[in-house]
Write a protein that binds this ligand. Structure first.
Ligand SMILES: Cc1cc2nc3c(=O)[nH]c(=O)nc-3n(C[C@H](O)[C@H](O)[C@H](O)COP(=O)(O)OP(=O)(O)OC[C@H]3O[C@@H](n4cnc5c(N)ncnc54)[C@H](O)[C@@H]3O)c2cc1C
Length: 435
């Protein structure tokens, strides 16, 4: 089975570096394909309607929620599945809302026109039956729709559009009206309490009788409460980038889970830039709604966001998202480091990438709006738990999940979140039995 190509900027030119797009692409298409096949065979379904109460807890722990840190799709799926099973959850995210890399950005032009961009992931397809069950529920409730956009590619050297030759025939799903719609719904579900704009920075484990509880703290020193178990839904909690961005040690470093910390810290990611760009008139010369770009140093692909269901506009304007190659992002990072890029730097990046787009689409003249964004940790380069789908520290009732466990795709993050919920439920059940 072929995997749909993601925007990693294949065939970067000249020869790519260590974090090159070709490497990521090879990894995606061969290793991950094999792993996905393995994972699919080993996956056992979680029945969402199976409501199981964990009522064997010691009275002191019984009322405590489970903390899920990270409201990306893996964390939201985990939180929602636990809540479905009668386990209260507090869902933390440092961002202003749920979605993580499935975010949607609302921007306004100088003339006051409102624009919506999916500036992270663009769509997903599903191969795991367990994930499909959940997606079927989202389809039934209108949170997700199939995107029947036309997919293709452009060869920068031949300077020609061409039909995509190795697309698979899986349906391509998008969140409606934004990629984060499912995350929003899951985070508002009964049993899920949310704490956004909250960066979890410290973990303290305290023994309680024969069990134990976690105390979490924020980066500003605030006590975030006590929890009977914790799900870490982002490997960033073990990353040196946390220190670059906050000046604090990675939260998991001193949590007393050295093996898990090492595993997460060793997973490397690649960065990419995206450019959100809007035009007053539709780009009619482009035969595709999403195309990959071959043999460009700068751009890996482009998406006509307005062609997705739920993003229709009354006039003829269009929103596009352009994705940089990993090679280009790597060159910028070498110059500027991991710190948040300045507005001047983002402005220059937007102009460089847009210029390349204009070489491909001369019809794309003065945009109504243009802005660049960096995804510092866009795609994990290894899978930490390709068969188990999440990492478990049973003694500390701590589970780590996210796409980095299985593969750099939405469905892998969903699978990891579902498995993490099942593991937590099991840990609480057995902990309860012992107390
Ligand atoms: C530009 C781009 C394009 C992509 N395109 C596609 C695509 O077309 N199809 C596809 O399948 N996949 C695509 N992906 C990959 C996909 O987005 C990811 O695989 C998926 O969204 C990962 O979900 P997650 O829950 O594992 O992680 P995330 O979405 O990254 O969620 C982790 C969350 O944890 C939060 N967090 C981290 N540390 C802390 C802390 N200390 N305290 C509180 N909160 C914290 C973060 O703010 C974040 O919201 C793309 C990714 C990018 C960046």
């Amino acid at each position: 089975m072929m995997l749909t190509k993601q925007f990693f900027g294949r065939h970067s030119y000249p020869a790519p570096s260590k974090l090159s797009s070709v490497f990521v692409d090879l990894w995606c298409h061969s290793v991950v394909a094999a792993r996905l096949e393995l994972c699919r065979r080993s996956a056992s379904p979680v029945c969402a309607s199976q409501i199981l109460q964990v009522d064997t807890m010691a009275p002191s722990l019984k009322g405590l929620p489970v903390a899920v840190i990270g409201a990306g799709v893996s964390g939201c799926v985990c939180a929602s599945t636990l809540a479905d099973r009668g386990i209260p959850v507090t869902l933390f995210d440092m961002g202003r809302g749920p979605g993580g890399r499935l975010s949607q950005r609302r921007e306004t032009t100088d003339g006051g026109k409102e624009l919506l961009f999916d500036h992270g992931a663009q769509y997903f397809s599903v191969r795991f039956p367990e994930v499909q069950k959940l997606v079927d529920r989202w389809l039934a409730s209108g949170l997700v729709k199939e995107w029947k956009g036309k997919f293709g590619s452009y060869d920068r050297v031949k300077m020609a559009f061409q039909d995509e030759t190795f697309e698979d025939d899986q349906p391509k799903y998008v969140g409606v009206p934004g990629m984060n719609s499912m995350c929003k719904a899951m985070s508002r579900q009964p049993g899920v309490k949310t704490a956004f704009s909250t960066t979890v920075a410290t973990f303290k484990w305290k023994e309680e009788g024969t069990g134990g509880i976690w105390h979490l703290g924020s980066k500003t020193g605030e006590d975030l409460g006590a929890f009977r178990a914790v799900v870490v839904a982002d490997k960033g909690l073990a990353s040196e980038r946390f220190t670059v961005l906050t000046g604090l040690p990675p939260p998991l470093e001193k949590a007393g889970v050295p093996t898990l910390y090492e595993k997460l810290a060793n997973i490397k990611s690649v960065s990419v830039f995206v450019v959100m760009v809007a035009f007053a008139e539709a780009l009619t010369s482009v035969p595709f709604d999403r195309f990959t770009i071959e043999r460009s140093n700068f751009l890996a692909g482009a998406v006509r966001v307005s062609s997705k269901p739920g993003r229709e506009v009354a006039d003829r304007s269009e929103c596009w998202v352009l994705h940089s190659t990993v090679y280009y992002a790597d060159e910028i990072t070498k110059k500027e480091g991991f710190a948040k890029p300045s507005s001047a730097s983002l402005h220059e990046i937007a102009n460089t990438l847009f210029k390349e787009f204009q070489e491909i689409v001369p019809e794309a003249t003065t945009p109504l709006f243009i802005k660049a964004h960096r995804w510092g940790s866009a795609f994990p380069m290894q899978a930490a738990a390709p068969e188990e789908h999440c990492l478990v520290e049973s003694g500390r009732k701590l589970v780590a999940c996210g796409d980095y466990c299985v593969g750099p795709r939405i469905e892998c993050a969903i699978l990891s979140g579902l498995t993490a919920a099942r593991k937590i439920h099991h840990l609480l059940d057995s902990a309860g039995a012992k107390i």
